[in-house]
Design a protein around this ligand. Structure first.
Ligand code: HEC
Ligand code: HEC
Ligand code: HEC
Ligand code: HEC
Ligand code: HEC
Ligand code: HEC
Ligand code: HEC
Ligand code: HEC
Ligand code: HEC
Length: 429
């Protein structure tokens, strides 16, 4: 005990010595404007004590006129560290991880404070945070979870719509994965650390990063910014329906809705997974190894029969569309005008797309209702192609005939000319 005390007393003395020295160094520097002795000292300190003006000027709090003392307390007008960082001036000392949410929340959950700056800014971050796994675990003393600064950074906090912000949609996955992809850090919790790796392969990541579609979900769209599920969704798994409305309506009308619920299975995620969602194909339907239906339905049960039937219907329409596509391409290559039929084929494809949505009802009759008009339309597209080729053949035939006629006339003329020439020859000799 005694050694511990003397050790900390020694380090305390040396830290204050360091502070005095830094203060001395800066004694003559930068007066005028609004004095910020904190920055003057801390911009020349290193490691976690260093805070540069360059960095802090990027911080939304600095931009709104807040200072170091707004968060840390202390007196920024004094070069004397005993005063600047003194108890009298309300200096808080080290802010531990466990204290951070309360500190940030001291302003952010106070509508009276925030309204003065930005009335439209929400003030529920701290209360939301308390409902999240992060917040709940922190309350039990686990400081390995995310606190405000892990997601927002510190001393260069930016609004979420700034592309350089750690919480800008494109940067969110990297921010979360600093912990969630760190197997060592997450070892104690026995949860997977593959969420980012999986998400990177998903249609959503693709839409977000390749097409720049900011409406595609990132980690926080599904899990909630502050870790709770978003309002209106009873669970994270239900969040899909906020964007994929039609599939959700059909799923809700299907026998799976109650069957999955009573088996404790999530809805969409059971068939699509959560993080590594892939572009679905017709191969997912049916009863073979590649299908999802075959994982639960076995030979002879009504689901098994329906799965195969739906797959057949889709395949039939897909084949009909292919056939029409091929004949139209052939017609185009031979210079026939089939642009109307092409346009119609696009519409026919839409019926197939619609059917692929309707499959979420797992109702064969409903799928058939989409397929049937598609098949009729595809046949019409095919006939249009066939007619065009017939027309081409007819023209070719006509062209052939006229070429033969022309050739005959030319040969006739030649022979006639030859005759005349030979007649003249015999006359002159
Ligand atoms: C004269 C230079 C100087 C001034 C002025 C100064 N600091 Fe410090 N500060 C230091 C040094 C050196 C340390 C590290 C030694 C220590 O922990 O006491 C430090 C430590 C800190 C710490 C970490 C405390 C801990 O216990 O880990 C914070 C936070 C801090 N300063 C904030 C401020 C704020 C806010 C101001 C302005 C109100 C300020 N400082 C003014 C030099 C200064
Ligand atoms: C919006 C609130 C806020 C403002 C403004 C702010 N800080 Fe901090 N600062 C924090 C928080 C929170 C931490 C703890 C970060 C952590 O533990 O990761 C911290 C940490 C520090 C530390 C490191 C302490 C340690 O022991 O690791 C220093 C030094 C410090 N701040 C100095 C400053 C200075 C100097 C300024 C002004 C230029 C400033 N801070 C402005 C919130 C703020
Ligand atoms: C002293 C009060 C105060 C404290 C403490 C505080 N903030 Fe702020 N914060 C503000 C004010 C004021 C704004 C500016 C709001 C505006 O005008 O948009 C702001 C803005 C923000 C924004 C940008 C919001 C936006 O969309 O514009 C974020 C993010 C933020 N703070 C996070 C934090 C975090 C994280 C902490 C704790 C480390 C913290 N704040 C501590 C007062 C505070
Ligand atoms: C797990 C990561 C995470 C943690 C922890 C976290 N935030 Fe956020 N926060 C976000 C994300 C992501 C956004 C951006 C939301 C968006 O794009 O609109 C955000 C947005 C904000 C905003 C802007 C206004 C808003 O609500 O959209 C403020 C202010 C804010 N957070 C403060 C805090 C405070 C205070 C804490 C601690 C109590 C905190 N955050 C903890 C991730 C986090
Ligand atoms: C500072 C590290 C850290 C950061 C950053 C972080 N987390 Fe966490 N997160 C944790 C820890 C530790 C747990 C606790 C694991 C547990 O209890 O299973 C956790 C738990 C979770 C859980 C609950 C997991 C479960 O047990 O079911 C979710 C969901 C989650 N985090 C999402 C996010 C998202 C989304 C982000 C980014 C916006 C994020 N986290 C950022 C450390 C972090
Ligand atoms: C499209 C929605 C969606 C996106 C995007 C998403 N998640 Fe999830 N996540 C889920 C669902 C659904 C679960 C399963 C939750 C449940 O069963 O309650 C889950 C589970 C988790 C878990 C618990 C452990 C596990 O793997 O089952 C963590 C941690 C997690 N996600 C973190 C993340 C991180 C980090 C990101 C971003 C890289 C992310 N999630 C992106 C929907 C999503
Ligand atoms: C914030 C909105 C949003 C949420 C939440 C969301 N998605 Fe998506 N989803 C999109 C966007 C945007 C695309 C890309 C659209 C596209 O490719 O046509 C997409 C694409 C998809 C695709 C691929 C579609 C295709 O034709 O390739 C599937 C499957 C999918 N999402 C399933 C899910 C599931 C399952 C969930 C819940 C775990 C979910 N989505 C949550 C917006 C969302
Ligand atoms: C029983 C398994 C199953 C469930 C549950 C399920 N899907 Fe699907 N989903 C599929 C199959 C199979 C396809 C592929 C259709 C095709 O391409 O032939 C698909 C395709 C999709 C597509 C892309 C094609 C389209 O436009 O519809 C999206 C988006 C989608 N599902 C979202 C969802 C959402 C959201 C939920 C939850 C409301 C959900 N799915 C539930 C099996 C399922
Ligand atoms: C996670 C397991 C699971 C998957 C995957 C699954 N089902 Fe089901 N399905 C069920 C359960 C459970 C029921 C409730 C009736 C039962 O026990 O057969 C059901 C019921 C059905 C029914 C109603 C049967 C009846 O009794 O009228 C049809 C049709 C059906 N499923 C088709 C499909 C199709 C098509 C797919 C693939 C796109 C699929 N299912 C994927 C578990 C599943």
């Amino acid at each position: 005990m005694a050694t511990l005390q003397s050790k900390s007393a020694a380090s305390h003395t040396s830290r204050w010595f360091l502070a005095m020295a830094a203060g001395f160094l800066l004694a003559g520097v930068a007066h005028g404007q609004t004095k910020n002795s904190c920055l003057e000292c801390h911009s020349i300190l290193t490691d976690n004590l260093g805070v540069t003006e360059e960095k802090f000027s990027q911080d939304i709090h600095a931009q709104k006129g807040l200072t170091c003392a707004s968060c840390h307390g202390g007196d920024a007008t004094s070069d004397d560290p005993e005063v600047a960082m003194g108890k009298k001036a309300g200096f808080k000392g080290k802010i531990t991880r466990a204290q951070i949410p309360q500190l940030c929340g001291s302003c952010h959950s106070d509508p009276a404070v925030m309204r003065k700056y930005n009335p439209s800014l929400r003030t529920d971050q701290l209360s939301q945070y308390h409902t999240s796994i992060h917040g709940k675990r922190l309350a039990t003393g686990d400081t390995k979870v995310a606190v405000c600064v892990d997601c927002h950074s510190v001393h260069d906090i930016r609004p979420p719509n700034d592309p350089r912000s750690t919480v800008y949609p494109l940067n969110v996955p990297a921010t979360c994965s600093r912990c969630h992809s760190d197997a060592e850090r997450m070892k104690a919790y026995k949860i997977p650390t593959n969420q980012f790796a999986e998400y990177k392969k998903s249609v959503h990541h693709q839409a977000l990063t390749v097409r720049g579609d900011l409406s595609a979900p990132t980690c926080v769209t599904c899990h909630g910014n502050h870790g709770a599920t978003p309002p209106g969704s009873s669970s994270v798994a239900a969040v899909c329906s906020t964007c994929h409305v039609f599939q959700a309506q059909l799923f809700d009308s299907s026998p799976h809705k109650s069957a999955f619920a009573s088996a404790g299975l999530p809805g969409c995620v059971t068939c699509h997974s959560n993080h590594g969602i892939q572009h679905p194909t017709d191969a997912m339907i049916g009863t073979d190894d590649k299908s999802v239906c075959g994982q639960c339905h076995t030979e002879g049960d009504p689901g098994f029969v329906a799965a195969n039937s739906i797959r057949e219907h889709l395949a039939q329409l897909a084949a009909a569309i292919d056939r029409s596509d091929q004949i139209l391409s052939k017609a185009e290559r031979s210079g026939m005008e089939v642009s109307q039929a092409r346009l119609d084929l696009v519409q026919t494809r839409d019926t197939l797309t619609k059917a692929r949505v309707t499959i979420h009802s797992v109702n064969v009759a409903r799928v058939q209702q989409d397929i049937q008009p598609g098949l009729v339309a595809a046949d019409k597209n095919y006939e249009a192609g066939k007619d065009a080729l017939k027309e081409r053949n007819y023209r070719r035939y006509g062209l052939g005939l006229s070429l033969i006629a022309i050739a005959l006339v030319i040969t006739g003329l030649r022979m006639y000319l030859k005759q005349i020439e030979s007649g003249q020859d015999s006359q002159t000799t």
